[in-house]
Structure formats: C-alpha cells, structure tokens
Design a protein around this ligand. Sequence first.
Ligand code: NOJ
Length: 514
Amino acid sequence: MKKALKNAVFYEIYPQSFKDSNSDGIGDFNGIIEKLDYIEDMGFTAIWMNPCFASPFADAGYDIEDYYSTAPRYGTNEDLKRLFNEVHKRNMYIILDLVPGHTSVNCKWFKESVKPEQNEYSGRYIWTDSVWEDCGGVSDITGSLRGISQRDGCCALNFFSTQPALNYGFAKITKPWQSAVDSPDAAATRRALTDIILFWLGMGCDGFRVDMAFSLVKDDEGHKETIKLWQDILGKVHDRFPEAVFVSEWGQPNQSLLAGYDMDFLLHFGPSHYNDLFRIDNPYFSGKGNGDLSGFFDTYMANRTLTEGKGLICIPSGNHDMKRISYKLDTEHIKLAYAFLMSMPGVPYIYYGDEIGMRYLDGLTSVEGGYERTGSRSPMQWDNTPNSGFSAASLDKLYIMTDPSDDRPTVEDQLANENSLLNELKKLIAIRKSHRALQESSDIELVSVKSYPLIYKRTAEDSTILVVINPSDSQHTQSIDSYPKEVVYSYNGECEFKDGKLIIPPCSASFILL
Ligand code: NOJ
C-alpha cells in the first residue's frame, strides 16, 4: 500500500471557499496553510484540493488555461510549493486535481488550434473537417463548438461549451477526421499530459485526483483503450515517482483500478447506488428508508471481488458536485453515516464543512459554472465573527455568500461542544486509525443489509470488529455467533448482549470487538 493511502482519511478542500488570507473575498493557499493545524488535529492524514491553476473559471477551475501556473487569486507556484512543504511537515499528504480531458477555450493550445494554418496544436483537440459536420452521437463527447474560428470544422466538447475535448484518439475510426489512439497527434497529447503530471510531482505534490478519467479516448466501448492509455501514462510516472497516488473520478472500479489507479470514487451518477446511502428521498441513513441497502452492497461487493488486490474503492461524504450530506440527514443521522464511512474499507473522504454539517444553500445564483452545485460550495464557517471567519472582505466581495442563518454551525462552537458532529467525527477517525480491522484493506463480511440495522464484520490478521449501525427509530435484535469482547465505540447507547442476541438501540452505532 502506498504511504499516502495507508491508514488514511482524506479531506477535500474547495480552495475558493476555505480560508481567505488576503481579504479579497476568495480563499487562497496561505489561508489553507493557516488551517493545517486544524486539519491535522481532526485526524485527517491527507488533502485533495480542487483545481488551482490559471483559469477563466467558467467551471470553477475545471477549465484550465495554463497547466503550469497557479491561479493568481490562490497565490504563486512558490506559495503552492510552500503549502506542499507545510503539509509534509505535519506528516500529511496533498493531492491536486488533474483535468486531462479538456482545457479552457483560453488555453494557449486551443488558441493555436483554432488557427486555419497548420501548427503544433492543430491536432491537440478533436476537430471535424467541416463546420457543417458536428461530432454528435459519439460516447464521451458532450457537444460541438462551431462557427467560432477561421479554421473550418467543429470542435468536440468534453463537458460545458467552454471545455473543448483534448485529442487522445478514437477507439473506433468511422470518419476521416478522427485520429487513432497511436496517431502522432494523440501521442503528443499523451506526452503533454505526462509532462504536466511529472512537473507537479517534481514540485512536491503527492498525487492527483483525476477529473473524468474515463473520458479520454472517444467511442471506446468498455473504455478499453482509455484503460491502456492510463496504464501507459501511470507506468511512466511511477517509474520516477513510485509513491505517487492516483484517485479516479470514474465510478467503475473494475475499469479504473485495472487502468492503474490506486482508488476509484463512488459517484452520485453511474451504477454504484451511492445515492441510496445519503441522497435519494428517504435515504438509508436518514432512518426513514425501507432499510434495504442490498442494491448498494451487491454492486460494492461485486466490484470488490473484481478488483481484489488491485486497489481501493472510496466512499466520500460528498463533494463539490452534489448536495451536502446534511440536505437529507439530520445531525444525529450524519453521525451514523460517519460511523459507516469510518468503518468501511477503502479510504474515506470528508468534504470540507461536512465535519460540522454545513448546510446546502438552496436557490443561490450560479457562481463560476456551479449551477445547483453552488449551494454546496459556500464559505467554510470557522467562527462567529463577520463572514463566519472565512474572510475579512466586505459582504459584496465574497466568492459565494455564507450561510445567513443564525444557527449556522461553526468549527469554533463545535470544538467547544463534546457532543458535536465535529467531535464525533474526530473520535471516529481516531478509532479507525487505531484498529487495523477498520482500515483500508481489511476484510468485510456482510451480516445484515436487507433491513435495518446494518451489520458487517471487519477483520484484520489478529482481530474482528462487528459494526452495528441502526439508523431506524426502533430497537432491533440480532443473533450473533461469537461473544462480544469489548465495545470499542458506541453512539447513543450500547448494544446489550443477552442469550446469544444483541439488543440494538434505535438511532445508534457500535463497533464491537469479537
Ligand atoms: C467533474 C468535476 O468534479 C466537476 O466539478 C466538473 O464540472 C466536471 N468534472 C468537468 O470538469
């Protein structure tokens, strides 16, 4: 297991909204540095930071203008390097967000690519050879840019209309303008991406979360060619940086881990049933669902079997693309959700602010291409000073408004309250870190997933922990085959053991050493 993933708990930081150190209303690297002691004190071992590169921010920085320079609003490359060093001084790790599938329309490569004269970048993006022919009907192409240049042709998009698709070739060639995966143009894009990865690893980052990692080769059934492409790139990178960590936004671990990724995220779209946990109407962890988590676990366990020994699957609390976990769960039930996240295999990720149950802010006007995601990207609530301690800027300058409610949660209040969500999570992180059985690669055996409560066993070489989580508001009993030795964690009442049965209190969680 790579060092950064061993016994790890990650924290996702959306840099715009974390901490503003220079009062311009937007978060920055120095602000993150100010808060590293807090992150370390919570028990997090590593950080994933969303894109921080030069960008016009039509999609919050997922539209990169220059892969080699940080966005001035966050600080300079040197400031970022200082952030890496400060993280490492605290024995933590930091991964950046790599966006390999598309750039901004402002990127120098694209500005060259739109020129009618043939040049180094003419084949860096996917272009048809006539403005009247679009790129429609091809998987992993979201649309076309047309009529924007003297160059004749339409340019394929990878996401929004400001994000032209880079050219890694097509698995199936059906049109003369499509490149093969081993064509000189596709190979040049591949080299350019490898150079970017090597540059930032050389600067001291510990790896990458990779945006839409599945989307590179077009018309690629089963993503077979994309898998080969990543095997090639990651192989080269690992020759020089064997400990570099790669976590994919892919949502299909059987493909991404084969591609060489260390871990794959479960996503709020795709086949994982992730939303059943915290996000559908009456989700499992609200305690108001039908209690059946078998859809989620069938997929999860099937993927575990398919990926055994190849890497990890990650279940995050949320991310910058979905409504916050507090949207459907009250604080008590979020605590149970965290008991689940901190006792599952893989590496848990907590989205900034989820540790205090920050709210999703409904109805905000879109900021930087956030649309309904904007409500999950509001500034971190540190304390009860103006702007919740996020920034000393005037209200009108804030990147996104802070939660205006009087009872908004803050880090300061929750640190002072031993029963707070923050302190419960901190306790859970410490318990995970001190029991091998609860960590990334220990076994999991399901005991009850079809009706409340949720029960599974986690086993390492020398110990087994029975995890019992009951989000429902009624008491349950469960026969167990071994005698409980010690309760290592309990929330809202301990399970009682009587006549070979556990009596499980409503809305409770227990980790029991067997
Ligand atoms: C996934 C990212 O998480 C999201 O925020 C972004 O808008 C798209 N990819 C496009 O890069």
